[in-house]
Design a protein around this ligand. Sequence first.
Ligand SMILES: *Cc1c(COP(=O)(O)O)cnc(C)c1O
Length: 346
Amino acid sequence: MKSLEQLVRPNIWALKPYSCARDEYKGKNASVFLDANESPYNNPLNRYPDPLQEDLKKQIAHIKGVVPEKIFLGNGSDEAIDLAYRIFCIPGRDNAVSIAPSYGMYKVCADINNVEFRTVELEEDFSLNAEKLLNAVSVNTKMIFLCSPNNPSGNSLDKAEIEKILLQFDGIVILDEAYSDFSAQESFRHRLEEFPNIIILNTMSKAWGCAAIRLGMAFASEQIIALFNKVKYPYNVNLLTQKKAMEMLQRPGDVERWVNTILNERESLMEAFAYLPCCEEVYPTDANFFLAKMTDATQIYNYLVNCGVVTRNRTTQPLCRNCIRITIGTPDENNALLAALRKYKN
Ligand SMILES: *Cc1c(COP(=O)(O)O)cnc(C)c1O
């Protein structure tokens, strides 16, 4: 790995961050706060929230097994993706490399930041070939994006291939584990010491059932997390989100139950799909969705919309011709999908 100073944009390396009132005051004894031009009237949201979300990070640290200093929290994982471009990639010069197909935000954030985005197709079975990916790297490649389990294919990437990339690439590897709560594969977040160039993304939007509160997390070395903290908006996670997240993190039993139900439902739904005349292939998955190759994805997608069931048509994505992506719903919702497809005439 190159040194962080070589990887970070010079303006970001030199940046003196905004120092907010609550950053400057760290003592514990004060009870009169006349420092931040807030309203004194507690409505009860009159005070700025903790810019570093310390209470919430303590809980996340406990559940995820990562110390608070190695955690960044943001307005969805999307914030962490955008910040990574702004920290590491010089617009108009540097580039990022990603697998394809994968999550659309990697490219959108690259485009917004005027950073060249290179993609390397996965194999036909959506597996990762590290060597092929590394061949797309140039001297100006700052970041590689991996996603495991991958969206939209659903499969986990091979651990040994991910390790090859972590060891052989001299820049930053962003490993998006948004769906790791559904997978039995071991997370890379327990190996931060071994791989100083890794940034792992997690979110409360999927297994934790909190897409609406917008809470994403990144796990990385203290040095990388310090860069995220320097560049982020001072109060990037609002108080309502911090509170709701802490409430949810105290209910791990509920989440475990939801995940188990979803995994059982996934198994029966995939089995039923294999018998549908309009389905040609069901791809293996470690996530709360699966990809299915249909006889005609666009026609079936439109037919389902007319039946009131919305799926995701992925037919234009690399390697996904005639594929639709199906999120596992409640048993009733999954039955509605199946009932509609059983009435579909090819
Ligand atoms: C859903 C998803 C996310 C979640 O993004 P948030 O901004 O945290 O809601 C991240 N990565 C992938 C691959 C996803 O599919």
